[in-house]
Design a protein around this ligand. Structure first.
Ligand code: FAD
Length: 446
């Protein structure tokens, strides 16, 4: 180790720390376990100590101490990220932000929270005045706001509002720098891009100001189809129906629904399914559209009942992969964006081309004003080589792949690191201590 752990611990006096090795190891993990490629690469990577600040003053003290001792810092929310973003490659401090969970304020259409606030907690608070989060990952019950901004992209709600990266979906961030004398900086407007989705390499996010959407009573519906492409085209048509307010349209090719134990009785064998979250006032228009595509509504819960028991949203996005893997750990996944095409020809091509090896899971989303299917296809994994072949085939055909089987920022969805983010990093983390090793262009300097 290049630093003195005892001296570091002594300087952190008064701040909550965890040193018990099994707990430190646990808090050095995330959900990269969905990737058979990442697991061996990240095996045995653990931090030296977990630090749990309770407020901004403590974050400033931790930052100053880590800079002084040249200790790497890996910021952590709930650790539900899928790319090993939270796994420290060079040990050091795991900075657990979950004690900073104060909702500063909620006003019509906007809220300000501390970074450790859980998404579900903000959603609940906002609903008291008729508002809610615009979009949440399917991990909303555990994930933190800081982790979502720094490591996530979108999810339930993205069919209406697009993704976090879209202009207007994030208003302000407050960060603590890792300079010799750490500072608190507030970034507003376009400046938030300097830190958004930067995997905790660009400052410690302490507060977030985020816009909200109007809260509807959301009903949950399952529709089944004898033909997969009819299900997919129904998804596109519902997405395109601007007058119908929806939060979630996910489409699953058979046999994926077999992994949804809670819904098995509503989805007969060998049928394809749509899982929908729709505003109650839009429900009346649904049966007509379902009929046009030869589907059948097999399950419907009112907004009041949807709040109890099984949450349909927790079968969508990467929860689909979670459920599949709980029955078959050889399954992994892809993240892809299909070209905008109302006929879904590329979806149809891939569906037939790969058959059962790449099982089709589509999430309809809004991308630059157009309804586009994003794929989180389930892959029956055989080897890394074959997985790369599958990825390349998609890319050659014009399907964008955000590779979830890498812990390098540039190799994932980003492709290149944003030059603005790099410039900003030089200022806020001059010693390269934040989550070192996650970018190709940044050398770990210690
Ligand atoms: P963490 O995993 O703790 O952190 C993520 C990244 O952010 C790390 O690089 C970390 O260093 C950094 N970070 C955390 N807090 C801070 C902070 N305060 N300051 C600076 N950097 C910080 N993601 C989606 O976008 N959409 C989905 O629908 C979705 N579905 C998922 C389903 C499952 C079953 C799983 C396991 C994951 C899913 N994810 C999804 C990924 C992940 O759950 C979300 O992105 C979530 O928002 C991450 O929040 P977290 O608090 O767990 O972040």
């Amino acid at each position: 180790k290049s630093f003195d752990l005892d001296a570091l611990t002594a300087s952190l006096e008064g701040i909550e720390i965890i040193t018990e090795p099994s707990q430190v190891a646990k808090l050095s993990q995330d959900y990269h376990t969905f990737s058979p490629v990442l697991v061996p690469k990240l095996e045995g990577k653990v931090g030296d100590i977990v630090v749990r600040p309770a407020n901004e003053a403590e974050v400033l003290k931790v930052a100053a101490t880590c800079v002084k001792h040249r200790v790497p810092v890996t910021v952590r929310g709930a650790g539900t990220g899928n790319y090993g973003q939270c796994v420290p490659l060079h040990g050091g401090v795991i900075l657990d932000m979950t004690r900073m969970h104060e909702i500063r304020w909620v006003k019509p259409g906007i809220a300000r929270v501390e970074a450790g606030v859980k998404l579900a907690a903000l959603d609940k608070k906002a609903r008291e005045i008729g508002w809610e989060m615009r979009m949440t990952p399917s991990t909303y019950r555990t994930a933190t706001m800081g982790g979502f901004i720094a490591g996530g992209s979108g999810g339930i709600g993205s069919i209406q509002y697009g993704f976090l990266a879209d202009r207007g979906n994030l208003l302000a961030l407050q960060i603590v720098t890792m300079e010799d004398e750490p500072r608190v900086i507030e970034l507003r407007g376009d400046d938030v891009q300097k830190v958004k989705h930067a995997w905790g390499i660009n400052g410690i996010i302490t507060e977030i100001e985020i816009p909200l959407g109007p809260a509807y009573p959301w009903a949950e519906v399952i529709v089944t189809f004898p033909e997969f492409m009819a299900a997919a085209r129904f998804g596109q048509a519902l997405g395109d129906a601007d007058g119908m307010i929806k939060k979630e349209i996910s489409i699953f090719a058979s046999p994926i629904p077999d992994y949804f134990a809670a819904f098995r009785e509503y989805i007969p064998d060998e049928t394809h399914a749509a899982l929908l979250i729709l505003a109650e006032p839009s429900l009346e228009l649904l049966p007509g559209l379902v009929e046009q595509y030869g589907g059948k509504i097999t399950y419907q819960k009112t907004a009041t009942d949807a709040g109890k028991g099984t949450h349909l949203g927790e079968f969508t996005w990467n929860h689909t992969t979670l459920h599949a893997r709980s029955e078959d750990t050889s399954i992994t996944y892809l993240q892809s964006t299909f070209p905008a095409d109302k006929n879904l020809q590329m979806v149809e091509h891939m569906y037939h081309h790969f058959g059962d090896e790449v099982m089709m899971h589509l999430e309809f989303t809004r991308v630059n004003g157009t309804v586009v299917p994003v794929g989180l296809q389930l892959v029956r994994y055989t080897s890394e080589e074959r997985l790369n072949e599958i990825i390349h085939y998609h890319e050659e055909q014009g399907v964008f792949i955000a590779n979830p089987h890498t812990y390098i920022i540039e190799d994932s969805g980003r492709k290149v690191i944003d030059p603005e983010q790099l410039k900003f990093k030089e200022m806020v983390d001059p010693y390269g201590l934040m989550n070192p090793g996650k970018s190709k262009v940044l050398e770990f300097k210690i």
